[in-house]
Design a binder for this molecule. Structure first.
Ligand code: G3I
Length: 392
């Protein structure tokens, strides 16, 4: 089946909008008549295979229990070229008390990734939200001691995984979850306004070859938060801080938006600063009982993936999970459940969102013309029930 025919098949399956403009040949060398994949061949046309032809990574997350032999691990290895430990590399997991190192969970996830040729996103060296910082760290008020503790943590973690983890979320969520100001966290309180630069400098010293990323929530929909993050990153770049990428989480709490062109411009705002950009935590919550839920969801995934593929600096798209059977959104406590936010259903069968994701990759490979029709209105606020309890 030629690629164009594959696109027509996918279009008929509702996996594609009318095409838009992208210079695929410049990144793939594929021309019309090439067969990027044959949809009739089982396990061909995987997301990781198609994305790699576009010089991009497609990722997902895993917990240690999920990389044990079974359908989760099988789907992970088949479809994804990047892996983010969902919780195993967080400070509260790795060093819950000073010197009490707990590397077992992260070892399991990182070893799985390496065994299956997957890149690892080291999430995250420092989560600058006090809620997720161990109490013993939050209790430090002396700047010198906090600097010592930061150096110990970063040097130990990066030192252990540096040969296998090539990009780190050095800092996660330096801004307020639902706001535009710097978050109130122990590192800012004790070390002052330059704390981000200090943390990035420690990470760079620990592994000068590593890509160092800043990761943020909600910039796609919290009013003003995108602009606040752009200014923050602009200042870091101006100050010579070794920052190489910006992660845009893209937790979508409804199937509304984002507007494709508006989101593409947001990604380009970071590219214009000379850093890479990535979608790092994509999931799209649906409303139980909505008969159109999965087609709406597919549209959201297609717009997000297409926006990334239109921006050369957009290196990766990671979904925050694999299967609807295991999503943090069902435990948020403020969304109607099941939220069913991911590409695969409870039985690991691909959903329309998966076809839309793959369709966007196939369209890019075919040098398709991208949709220009207006998108649904953007999501500007959490569903009312979700707003008060969300903690980032
Ligand atoms: O493993 C323990 C279990 O032993 C215990 O019985 C249970 C009782 O509370 O807790 C379990 O740990 C939970 C852990 O997820 C693993 O399931 C923690 O309580 C819970 O707080 C933790 O939530 C994670 C959350 O970050 C906080 O770390 C979510 O799984 C994870 O999806 C979420 O991911 C974050 C990103 O790191 C940053 N961006 C936002 C995103 C969503 O909040």
């Amino acid at each position: 089946m030629t690629l164009i025919v594959a696109l027509l098949v996918l279009a008929a399956a509702g996996g594609l909008h009318p095409p838009g403009a992208i210079d695929a040949a410049a990144t793939t060398g594929l021309s019309e008549g090439d067969t990027a994949c044959d949809l009739r061949v089982p396990d061909s046309c995987t997301l990781r295979d198609l994305a790699s032809r576009l010089g991009r990574r497609v990722g997902a997350t895993a917990e240690p229990s999920q990389v044990l032999p079974g359908p989760f691990a099988d789907t992970l290895a088949r479809e994804f070229s990047s892996l983010t430990p969902e919780n195993a590399l967080k400070w509260y997991t790795v060093q819950p008390n000073r010197g009490g190192w707990n590397f077992g969970p992260a070892d399991a996830v990182v070893d799985f990734a390496v065994a299956h040729g997957m890149e690892v996103r080291g999430h995250t060296l420092v989560w600058t939200q006090d809620t997720f910082t161990p109490g013993w760290v939050k209790a430090i008020s002396d700047p010198a001691e906090l600097r010592t503790v930061l150096a110990e943590h970063i040097n130990t973690v990066v030192g252990r995984y540096g040969d296998r983890v090539h990009r780190w979320d050095v800092v996660n969520e330096p801004l307020e979850s639902i706001g535009t100001n710097p978050s109130d966290n122990v590192f800012g309180r004790v070390l002052g306004a330059g704390y981000l630069a200090e943390i990035f400098a420690l990470a760079h010293a620990a592994d000068p070859s590593a890509e160092l990323w800043l990761n943020e929530f909600g910039t796609d929909w919290v009013p003003g938060k995108h602009e606040a993050l752009v200014e923050l990153v602009r200042q870091l770049v101006t100050d010579g801080v070794p920052i190489h990428g910006v992660g845009i989480q893209m937790h979508r709490f409804t199937t509304e938006g984002p507007d494709l062109d508006a989101f593409r411009r947001q990604l380009e705002d970071f590219a214009a600063l000379g850093v890479k950009v990535a979608i790092t935590e994509l999931d799209v919550a649906t409303v139980p009982g909505d008969p159109d839920a999965f087609s709406k969801q597919a549209g959201t995934y297609e717009r997000v993936v297409t926006a990334c593929l239109l921006v050369a600096a957009c290196a990766e798209i990671t979904t925050w999970g694999v299967t609807d059977a295991a999503t943090w959104l069902d435990h948020l406590g403020t969304l109607p459940t099941p939220t069913r936010p991911l590409l695969f259903d409870d039985q690991y069968a691909p959903k329309p969102a998966y076809l839309a994701f793959r369709g966007a990759l196939l369209a890019a490979l075919a040098g398709a013309q991208w949709p220009t029709q207006p998108s649904p209105p953007p999501m500007t606020a959490l569903p009312v029930a979700a707003a008060p309890a969300f903690t980032g």
